[in-house]
Ligand binder design. Structure first.
Ligand SMILES: [Zn+2]
Length: 339
């Protein structure tokens, strides 16, 4: 075993055997924003065998305050977060197999990725995706670690199928939906604290120290100096549609999938056409330029200025329309450009 992990091996909770286990495991990180970058960096440094990270967005300057993997260069190149993260993580630790996907974490995409995953890390900013992760976790018996933060407030919970209540159970006791939109701003220490909870739990799961896994729901407010830990044993609900006996995994139902969404806490709408397919960004750029549009791009995406709005189109036809929260208006813009 290499010198690189000597301090981690000296730690009694891990040891040589634990390190070997970590090196043979696969972690799926959903989201490459603030929580995603921090989780990915720590787990890459820890020597996890394989890390898959998925994100639908690209790097913007307002991310740099807390999204630790990204640089000003990534902002000026408008790199997708997944691509920028991959580059940085490979530079940090070449032992780790890094796979990065510029995509939406839909049920379809996650079901394709899940087969050899040992633990999933929630680094999303929206409730809908968390419920999808929760159903995937129950269906394929893979633990996941919930994490969320806003302002100076953060929380985390480890969900182990068959042992702990699931997120759908928790909804009956904790009003989690209101906590997911980061409209109130955020300070970086809050993010780091959630990351610490998530990665510590991930390491316990990776070394299979199930006794050590936290079973309580932890929340804190770093500005108000509060720290709470709620026992969750009784929160398991027998009639739960995600983890109960008559489970249906409601959030994996494709009919339930929203094709277009207003993104959390931002003046942005995502349009996801029902039949995604590879589009030629180069050809589209030439077309738009000839029509007089201001266009900028890289191999992953194309950014088109259109008055007060800006549209970013990805290779698969998915688009982010900035400057509006109006779904109908956003769809009109999408059709104008991609017909
Ligand atoms: Zn449940």
């Amino acid at each position: 075993m290499n010198e690189r992990y000597s301090r981690q091996i000296l730690f009694s909770g891990i040891g040589r055997e634990g390190q070997e286990k970590i090196g043979n495991k696969h972690v799926l990180i959903i989201g490459a924003g603030a929580l995603g970058s921090g989780n990915a960096e720590i787990l890459t440094r820890a020597g996890v065998g394989k890390i898959t990270i998925i994100d639908r967005d690209y790097v913007e300057s307002s991310n740099l305050q807390r999204q630790q993997l990204y640089t000003e260069e990534d902002v000026s190149e408008k790199l997708p977060k997944a691509a920028a993260a991959e580059k940085r993580l490979r530079a940090i630790n070449s032992d780790v197999e890094i796979r990065a996907l510029v995509d939406d974490a839909t049920p379809e995409v996650l079901e394709e990725l899940i087969s050899d995953v040992d633990v999933m890390i929630d680094a999303t900013d929206n409730f809908e995706t968390r419920m999808v992760i929760n159903d995937i976790s129950q269906k394929y018996n893979v633990p996941w670690i919930y994490g969320a933060c806003v302002g100076s407030f953060g929380m985390s919970f480890s969900i182990i199928p068959g042992k702990t209540p699931c997120l759908n159970c928790l909804l009956r006791t904790i009003p989690l939906q209101g906590m997911t939109c980061d409209t109130g701003g955020i300070i970086s220490p809050t993010v780091q604290m959630v990351i610490s909870h998530q990665t510590a739990e991930a390491l316990k799961i990776l070394v299979e120290d199930w006794e050590a896994v936290r079973t309580s729901f932890v929340s804190f407010d770093l500005w108000r100096n509060q720290y709470t830990s709620l026992k969750m044993g009784k929160a398991k609900f027998a009639g739960c549609l995600s983890c109960g006996e008559d489970r249906t995994y409601p959030y994996l139902d494709r009919e339930n999938m929203t094709k277009s969404t207003v993104l959390c806490g931002r003046d942005t709408v995502q349009i996801r056409p029902s039949n995604l397919g590879k589009i030629s960004l180069e050809r589209l750029a030439t077309q738009l330029l000839s029509l007089g549009y201001k266009v900028k791009g890289n191999p992953y995406l194309l950014s088109v200025e259109m008055g007060s709005e800006r549209m970013v189109i990805f290779q698969d036809g998915r688009a982010l329309i900035h400057g509006t929260k109006d779904l109908i208006h956003a769809k009109t813009i999408y059709q104008r450009i991609l017909g």
